[in-house]
Design a protein around this ligand. Structure first.
Ligand SMILES: Cc1cc2nc3c(=O)[nH]c(=O)nc-3n(C[C@H](O)[C@H](O)[C@H](O)COP(=O)(O)OP(=O)(O)OC[C@H]3O[C@@H](n4cnc5c(N)ncnc54)[C@H](O)[C@@H]3O)c2cc1C
Length: 577
C-alpha cells in the first residue's frame, strides 16, 4: 500500500488523527516499525493543545528520592483517582514512564538538571515523592517541539488544518476516514487498515475551560461512538479551582495552583477567608477537588466577587517574592490591567481535563471496533475520578508508543477492505446538509450548550438539574438541525454535533453515578458509595439511542495494592497542574 500525496484521495497503513503529544508519538513509532503512516490534525502541527502543558511529566526515576518506584507511582495514581482507574493501564503507564523520559532526552528535550547532571524532579500534589520532570513552566511546548523535530526528521507526512468528520468502515471494520481542508473546504479521503484517534478531550463543552477556542470539542469520542465504540467514565471531568473570569476571551485560562502554594488567600466578597469552613486544617492548600468545590459553593451562595468569581489574593506577599516565584501570573494579570502585588485576582473553577473518553483495552488501546484505536486524553482508563498533575504527559507518551505497536501490528496483517461507495455517498450527503447551516447560529448554539453544561452539569450536580439539562440538550440538537441564514461554517456545525453528543453522554453518566467521588460531586448523593467502584459505559443501541451500562474494575496487582498508602498526601509546596 502506498502513501500517495494526492491531496484528495490517500491511502496508508495507519492513519493517526491528532497532532498533539499522543498522535506525534504514535506516528514516530509506526514509522520505526516500517509501517506507512499519515497524520492529520485540524490545527497547525506545532500548536496542538499539548503545548499548553506547563508543570511537568511524571516518571518514578528516583533521581531525587531513592525510595520511589513505579509501584508507588501506580499506587498514588489509583488512590488519588478514588480507585476508578483501571489498574492494568495504570501499572503499565507507571512501569513505562521512565522509558518515555529517556526517549524525550534522546530527542533533545532540555529537562531541568541538578548541578551533578541528574534530572531534577519536583513534587506535584498527592504524589508521595518527587517524580515530575520539567522544563521551566513550558514542558508541553518543549515536548511538542522535540516530537515535531523527530517527525520531520523521519519525513512522516502530516496534513495540517484538515478536519476529520467521519470514520469509514466496511463489514464492521474501520477502513479509513473522511474529512476536509479547513482552508479550502476540499474533500480528503484516507483509506487505512487502522485508525488511531489521538484527538484530545471534550472540556470545551463547558463555558469556562482551560482549553483554547475550537479545541477539545470531543470530536474523537463522537467519531468513535458513531462507529460503534463504547465511551467510559464520561461524567468524570476534572475542574481546576482557579481559572480567569474576565475578560471574555480569557475566561477559563488557568491560574496556576502555585499561587496558593506560595501563600495565596481565597476571599469571598466580604473579605472572609472562606476555606476555614471547608478545610480548616489545610485551608487554601487543600486538594484540588475540595478547593474547586469551596470556590463554587461561595459563588453560588451569592458571596462571589465582581464578575462572578471569588478573590485570590497574594498582595500580602512581598512584591519581590511575587515577581520571582509567580512571574507568569504577574504578567498574565498585568495584561488585563491588574497588578497582583497590590490587588486580588478574580478566579473561578474551570473545566480542565476529560478523565473519561473512549473505552480501550488497557494494554493495547484497541477499541471494541476492529481497526480502531485511541490514545491520550481522548481515551479513558488511567485517571479514574481525579487526575494527578503530570500524569497526562506521561500517558500520551507511553500510550502513544504502545497504541502504535498494536495498531501497526494489526495493519501489517489486515489489509484495509475497499471503501464502500454507498457509505461514502451517504456521508457526503450528510456533510452537504451540515454545510448548509449558518455559522452564526451554530456558534450561538455552542455558547448556549456551554452555559447549559456549566450550570446543569458543572462542579456540583443533582438529579433535577441533570434531567433538565438533558431536555435542553435535546432542544439544542433540534435547533441545530434547522437550516439557518448566514455564512455557513461546516467546522462549527461539526464541533456542535460532537459537543452535543459528548455533553449528553456526560450528563447521562452523571445521572447514573449516584454518589460523590473525586471530581464527580452530587448534591443529592454527597457520600462515596463503595458499590459504585465501577465504570459507567455509554453505547449506541441498534435503534441509534444512547444506552448506559456499567462494569466492574479488576483489583491492582499485589505489589501495587501493598503500596497504596491510606494517609492523605498534601500539596504544601507542590504544584498540581
Ligand atoms: C493549561 C494546561 C496545563 C496543563 N499542564 C499539564 C502538566 O503540567 N502536566 C500534564 O501531565 N498535563 C498537563 N495538562 C494536560 C495535558 O496537556 C493534556 O491532557 C495533553 O496534552 C493531551 O494530549 P493529546 O495528545 O491527548 O491531545 P491534544 O494535545 O489535545 O491534541 C489533540 C489533537 O487532535 C486534533 N484534532 C481534534 N479533533 C480533530 C478532528 N476532528 N480532525 C482532525 N484533528 C483533530 C487537534 O487539532 C490536536 O492536534 C495541562 C492542560 C492544560 C490545559
Amino acid at each position: 500500500m502506498s502513501t500517495e500525496m494526492n491531496p484528495r484521495q490517500l491511502a496508508t497503513d495507519v492513519l493517526v488523527v491528532g497532532t498533539g503529544g499522543a498522535g506525534l508519538r504514535a506516528a514516530i513509532e509506526l514509522q520505526r516499525q516500517g509501517r506507512q503512516v499519515l497524520v492529520v490534525g485540524k490545527r497547525p502541527k506545532a500548536d496542538a493543545h499539548t503545548v499548553l502543558a506547563a508543570g511537568g511529566i511524571n516518571a518514578a526515576l528516583a533521581t531525587m528520592d531513592p525510595e520511589d518506584s513505579w509501584a508507588i507511582h501506580a499506587a498514588d495514581t489509583l488512590k488519588e483517582g478514588r480507585m476508578l482507574g483501571d489498574p492494568r493501564a495504570v501499572e503499565l503507564l507507571c512501569r513505562e514512564a521512565p522509558r518515555a523520559i529517556d526517549e524525550l532526552v534522546t530527542w533533545g528535550v532540555p529537562f531541568a538538571r541538578e548541578p551533578d547532571g541528574r534530572l531534577s524532579q519536583r513534587y506535584f500534589g498527592a504524589h508521595r515523592y518527587r517524580r515530575t520532570c520539567f522544563v521551566g513552566d513550558y514542558t508541553g511546548q518543549e515536548i511538542v517541539r522535540a516530537l515535531v523535530r523527530e517527525v520531520d526528521r523521519l519525513r512522516i507526512p502530516i496534513l495540517e488544518r484538515v478536519y476529520i468528520s467521519d470514520l469509514l468502515s466496511r463489514d464492521g471494520r474501520i477502513n479509513g476516514a473522511l474529512g476536509f481542508e479547513l482552508a479550502t473546504g476540499g474533500e480528503v479521503i484516507v483509506q487505512a487498515s487502522a485508525v488511531i484517534l489521538a484527538t484530545g478531550g471534550h472540556i470545551h463543552i463547558y463555558r469556562r475551560s482551560s482549553s483554547r477556542r475550537r479545541e477539545n470539542t470531543g470530536d474523537g469520542m463522537a467519531l468513535a461512538y458513531a462507529a460503534g465504540a463504547t465511551l467510559a467514565d464520561m461524567e468524570l471531568v476534572q475542574f481546576h479551582p482557579s481559572g480567569m473570569v474576565w475578560p471574555n476571551e480569557l475566561e477559563g485560562t488557568l491560574v496556576t495552583e502555585a499561587v496558593r502554594g506560595e501563600g495565596g488567600r481565597l476571599l469571598n466578597r466580604h473579605g472572609e477567608r472562606f476555606m476555614q469552613h471547608y478545610d480548616a486544617e489545610r485551608m487554601e492548600l487543600s486538594t484540588r477537588d475540595r478547593v474547586a468545590l469551596a470556590n463554587y459553593s461561595e459563588i453560588v451562595a451569592g458571596r462571589g466577587a465582581e464578575h462572578g468569581g471569588i478573590w485570590l489574593d497574594v498582595s500580602h506577599l512581598p512584591a519581590e517574592v511575587i515577581h520571582s516565584r509567580l512571574p507568569r501570573m504577574a504578567e498574565q494579570f498585568r495584561a488585563i490591567g491588574v497588578d497582583i502585588t497590590r490587588e486580588p485576582m478574580e478566579v473561578a473553577p474551570t473545566a480542565h481535563y476529560s478523565m473519561g473518553g473512549i473505552r480501550v483495552n488497557p494494554l493495547t488501546h484497541a477499541t471494541d471496533v476492529p481497526g480502531l484505536y485511541a490514545a491520550g486524553e481522548v481515551a479513558a482508563g488511567v485517571h479514574g475520578a481525579n487526575r494527578l498533575g503530570g500524569n497526562s504527559l506521561a500517558e500520551i507518551l507511553v500510550f502513544g508508543r504502545i497504541v502504535a505497536e498494536h495498531a501497526g501490528a494489526y495493519a501489517a496483517t489486515q489489509a484495509a477492505p475497499p471503501l464502500d461507495p454507498m457509505q461514502l455517498d451517504q456521508k457526503r450527503a450528510a456533510l452537504a446538509r451540515l454545510s448548509q447551516r449558518g455559522g452564526a447560529t451554530q456558534r450561538s448554539l455552542i455558547a448556549a450548550l456551554q452555559e447549559l453544561m456549566w450550570v446543569g452539569c458543572g462542579v456540583v450536580r443533582s438529579a433535577g438539574a441533570l434531567e433538565e439539562t438533558l431536555v435542553r440538550i435535546a432542544d439544542i440538537r433540534r435547533q441545530a438541525q434547522h437550516t439557518s441564514a448566514g455564512e455557513p461554517d461546516l467546522a462549527a456545525a461539526l464541533d456542535l454535533q460532537s459537543m452535543v453528543l459528548t455533553a449528553e453522554a456526560t450528563v447521562r453518566s452523571a445521572l447514573a453515578r449516584t454518589e460523590s467521588r473525586g471530581a464527580h460531586q452530587r448534591e443529592d448523593y454527597p457520600a462515596i458509595d463503595p458499590a459504585w467502584q465501577r465504570t459507567i459505559l455509554v453505547q449506541r443501541d441498534p435503534a441509534g439511542d444512547m444506552r448506559l451500562a456499567d462494569a466492574a474494575l479488576p483489583a491492582p496487582s499485589a505489589e501495587v495494592y501493598a503500596a497504596i498508602d491510606e494517609s492523605e498526601v498534601g500539596i504544601v509546596g507542590r504544584l498540581v497542574e
